[in-house]
Write a protein that binds this ligand. Structure first.
Ligand SMILES: *Cc1c(COP(=O)(O)O)cnc(C)c1O
Length: 418
């Protein structure tokens, strides 16, 4: 459920006509609906009200500090995967005691930054990382709170690039070796074991893999208890999918119900790290048609946004809805929507039925709130685009469009080149 809707011929975000925003900020731009973001966060969070829990929004899905602030104001914690994300998290005003730090490759500098910031816990992914964190904590004369990320070897039945809980993936520690790893961690003087973590993948559209993972991890926590390792936090990661085209993912309340059923008797706090399900359908990419072109074989709609702005179609072959910002064109054609970048993989949609767009028309690329701006780059020296937040009948620029000067910031020509 989101608040992008037509009033007669015109597409609106909440009460703002999208064409009005385009006139003001230019194209392309990302547009988010405040009401949708709040609704999605609350829908997720409220499903767990019966049990002790903390929702740590996954910063990498969309890391704009204004969005982080929205969730933080609603009581969220944050899940970060780099020093840069931790910096953003702290900028957003989050309580560091609600920050979890995930990822397979934390550097010394990142570990030190997180220890000094007083985060809730590290989700640790290898023995070597445990040793590194122990050393860093010793240097700072602290104990580092950790959970170990378990790879439960469960098929999330999703795209291979976003499956993370299978033996073949780089993430986590083999389920069968978990006890050994925990025993090892227990012997490290500057490590304080407080949790177990698992995240099995992204864009899951079935509940069963989540429930299976939870069962496996519960068993582990039970066994840990028998060996005197008490767990206070179980982090179940993120991964709940959304509708891009015709997928029917479980509603967050169904997801919550399935988890709560399995977890109501537990006396530890559950942590969740949702990303896509909160922001995915709360944002769109608005772009303008530059040209249209017919080859003998095909129709092309050439837009001013490209794969550097939204890489999901190129990278995952993902589907993004394509809608006219102003309806009216009755005639429909089958076309590819492509960007200006010098790569054949630069497309937003292929062989899609759509209105016969004309140069100057505005096009909305739907479901672009997650892994949109946050995965964008400057490829082809294209300045990164601006981000806008609509709320009611108003809108706010929450990130400026980059300039050409931004593109070369930090670059230097050595003296010998004259
Ligand atoms: C990416 C990621 C998430 C968020 O995944 P979504 O599919 O966007 O919900 C949560 N936790 C970890 C560890 C991740 O890597």
């Amino acid at each position: 459920m989101h608040y992008f809707h037509y009033k007669e011929e015109d597409l609106y975000c909440e009460e703002v006509p999208i064409a009005t925003i385009a006139d003001r900020v230019g194209t392309p731009f990302y547009l988010y609906s405040h009401r949708t973001l709040v609704r999605h966060f609350k829908a997720f969070d409220s499903g767990f009200e019966e049990i002790r829990h903390l929702v740590c929004y996954s910063v990498k899905a969309n890391s704009n500090v204004a969005l982080l602030r929205i969730f933080v104001n609603l009581g969220a914690g944050l899940d970060v995967v780099s020093g840069g994300e931790l910096f953003r998290a702290l900028k957003s005003g989050v309580d560091p005691k609600k920050v979890v730090f995930s990822g397979v490759g934390k550097t010394e500098q990142e570990i030190e930054y997180a220890l000094n910031s007083g985060i809730l816990m590290f989700n640790v992914e290898s023995s070597q990382e445990l040793v590194r964190i122990d050393e860093m904590a010793k240097r700072l004369d602290m104990r580092a709170p950790v959970a170990i990320r378990i790879n439960p070897d469960i098929d999330p039945k999703t795209h291979p690039y976003v499956a993370t809980g299978l033996m073949e993936n780089k993430f986590g520690i083999d389920f069968k070796l978990a006890m050994k790893e925990y025993t090892f961690a227990k012997g490290l003087p500057h490590i304080e074991i407080i949790g177990v973590d698992c995240h099995i993948g992204s864009q899951l559209i079935e509940l069963q893999p989540f429930v299976e993972a939870l069962r496996r991890v519960k068993e582990l926590i039970h066994d840990l208890g028998q060996r005197g390792i008490e767990i206070q936090y179980l982090d179940l990661g993120g991964g709940l999918g959304i509708t891009y085209k015709d997928e029917i993912p479980p509603h967050p309340t169904e997801y919550a119900k399935a988890i709560v059923e399995e977890a109501s008797d537990l006396d530890y706090t559950l942590i969740f790290e949702p990303g896509r399900v909160i922001v995915g359908n709360a944002g769109i990419l608005v772009t303008r048609v530059l040209y249209t072109k017919e080859t003998g074989e095909k129709n092309f709609v050439i837009i001013d946004a490209a794969m550097n702005d939204l890489i999901r179609p190129s990278y995952y072959g993902s589907f993004q809805g394509i809608l006219p910002v102003t309806k009216g064109e009755e005639e429909k054609i089958i076309a590819d929507v492509v960007g200006p970048i010098c790569e054949s993989g630069d497309f937003m949609a292929r062989n899609r039925r759509m209105p016969k767009f004309k140069p100057g028309d505005l096009v909305a690329v739907m479901s672009a709130g997650a892994y949109g701006f946050s995965m964008s780059s400057n490829y082809n020296s294209r300045p990164r685009i601006c981000e806008v937040l609509a709320r009611g009948d108003r809108f706010h620029l929450i990130r400026e469009r980059e300039s050409y000067d931004d593109l070369v910031r930090g670059e230097k020509i050595p003296d010998f080149l004259g």
